[in-house]
Design a binder for this molecule. Structure first.
Ligand code: CS2
Length: 477
């Protein structure tokens, strides 16, 4: 795999304009990346997937046998960028020593989410045995009870469409998966493994529950076939991957002489921990650095509570304190103290050896402080309604059960309430219609209502309410 290293002492971006006629990155301008036959289908081709699962697949020793057909999720624009590039893109890994540029060739085909015929075609093929998913927490359509949120209008529309015609276009990710499974059963194409790769606790069982509910509503006879043919893996995924900007395009053009409309910036660190049997096969992701374990939960809790929990704290409290990126925010002494306070609470409930947890915390401070990763707090602030309950509430509950009102967890809730009330990063939430009315009254009322959303049984806990209120004062001081 050709690698270009660009040191920061000799900046990649020069003032010399690149030739106006610079060729576009593609399988002909960047030879050595033949398209592998499609055996993996992916839903949600965003930057995270391209820095993570696609990169592991590219590095696997059997990469030549495992091409990916990648479907867009919410944003079709990436398909417009990748199609003329034959699926190729540049991964820009930004370390302390500079940028490492690498062309990734594992995406053999790119499709827009509405290319339902292509979707059904792949799922009907016995060659395809793995489906990976990165659609963000919100894409799973989980209700508060951990089952499919069947009251949603888009879910009802998918149920109606699939009952009438199993090949009808659908709107949701669970709808696409069920449509694919119906087509696969009809084609007699055999079994496959679905690999959810989003930051949800127990993402395999969570997706299994959603699919079971949808199957039940659409065609209960599919349930037996699913039980015999569909495996769900459970995974912990980790790599900090911000959005692409023109700076990244300029770095790639200056270093390679090729135009890449959609390079992906990412950090050097990467982790993928996978629990799953994969009886139908998979790329040798373990040989590419992924860990295959019997129980992913300890790793997932460590990552979700320490990394993602601190991200959520920084996104709200940091933007309220006037910062724009994670690196800026963690460089603020006050915020850094709040992060440590939160970690001190959360680590008590992790089951990994304390020395590993301590090393992870130390590494996180370096990762957050990486100045070359301009990870926008506003990006992390999105969809708090999906993130706060899984990142913060388990520790909150455990601390209350132990008889303590945790200041760190209360602070995250306080910062989120203030954010929803208009402070710091702009509010962008898949459930904004439900969340924003909660903060329409006084601050006291907002705190009570938000607690009622994330932990209904704790909404009347006086000690917790006053701790959250008190923390809002620290943030507005
Ligand atoms: C972040 C994650 O946007 C967010 O909510 O906390 O995307 C985070 O950067 C990744 O999980 C890192 O692996």
């Amino acid at each position: 795999m050709p690698l270009v290293n660009v040191t920061r002492e000799a900046p990649a971006v020069t003032t010399t304009p690149p030739p106006a006629t610079a060729p576009r990155l593609s399988r002909s301008s960047a030879p050595g990346h033949p398209a592998a036959p499609v055996r993996v289908v992916h839903v949600g081709v965003g930057n995270f997937f391209r820095a993570h699962q696609a990169w592991y697949t590219d590095r696997a020793p059997d990469a030549a046998e495992w091409g990916i057909a990648a479907f867009t999720g919410r944003s079709p624009a990436v398909a417009d960028a990748l199609e003329p590039q034959d699926g190729l893109y540049t991964l820009v890994t930004r370390g302390a020593d500079g940028d490492h540029l690498e062309v990734i060739g594992s995406i053999s085909a790119v499709h827009r989410s509405d290319d339902h015929t292509a979707w059904l075609g792949y799922l009907s093929s016995p060659d395809v045995v793995v489906v990976t998913v990165t659609v963000t927490e919100a894409g799973y359509l989980l209700g508060p009870d951990g089952r499919l949120d069947a009251g949603r209008e888009d879910v009802a529309a998918d149920v109606g469409a699939l009952r009438d015609d199993p090949r009808a276009p659908v709107r949701t990710t669970p709808g696409r998966l069920v449509a694919g499974l119906l087509a696969r059963r009809a084609a007699g194409a055999g079994g496959l493994t679905i690999v959810p790769c989003d930051n949800l606790p127990d993402n395999g069982p969570a997706l299994a529950a959603v699919l079971a509910d949808l199957v039940d509503a659409v065609d209960p006879t599919l349930a037996t076939w699913v039980a015999e043919h569909v495996e769900l893996a459970t995974t912990m995924v980790d790599r900090i991957t911000p959005a692409t900007t023109d700076e990244h395009r300029d770095v790639v053009l200056a270093a390679t002489g090729l135009v890449d409309a959609a390079p992906v910036p990412t950090e050097p660190f990467s982790e993928w921990v996978i629990e799953g049997r994969f009886p139908y096969g998979r790329p040798a992701w373990d040989a590419a650095g992924a860990q295959v374990v019997d129980d992913v939960r300890p790793f997932e809790q460590r990552k979700l509570w320490l990394l993602n929990g601190a991200h959520t704290l920084l996104a709200y409290a940091g933007s309220i304190r006037g910062h724009e990126t994670v690196a800026e925010a963690v460089g603020d002494r006050v915020l850094r103290g709040w992060v440590e306070e939160w970690w001190d609470e959360a680590v008590a409930y992790l089951s990994l050896p304390p020395a590993d947890v301590a090393a992870y915390r130390a590494a996180l401070l370096d990762r957050f402080g990486n100045p070359a990763i301009r990870h926008a707090l506003a990006q992390i602030a999105a969809d708090g309604s999906q993130k706060v309950p899984v990142r913060i509430v388990p520790t909150l509950r455990a601390e209350l059960a132990a008889g303590r009102v945790p200041a760190g967890a209360a602070r995250v809730l306080a910062a989120w309430v203030l954010h929803l009330r208009g402070s710091g990063a702009p509010v962008k939430d898949a459930r904004a219609d439900e969340v924003l009315p909660l903060v329409a009254g006084t601050l006291e009322e907002s705190v009570a209502a938000v607690l009622g959303l994330v932990a209904p049984d704790l909404a009347d806990h006086d000690g917790l309410r006053s701790a959250v209120l008190e923390r809002t004062r620290d943030l507005t001081a």
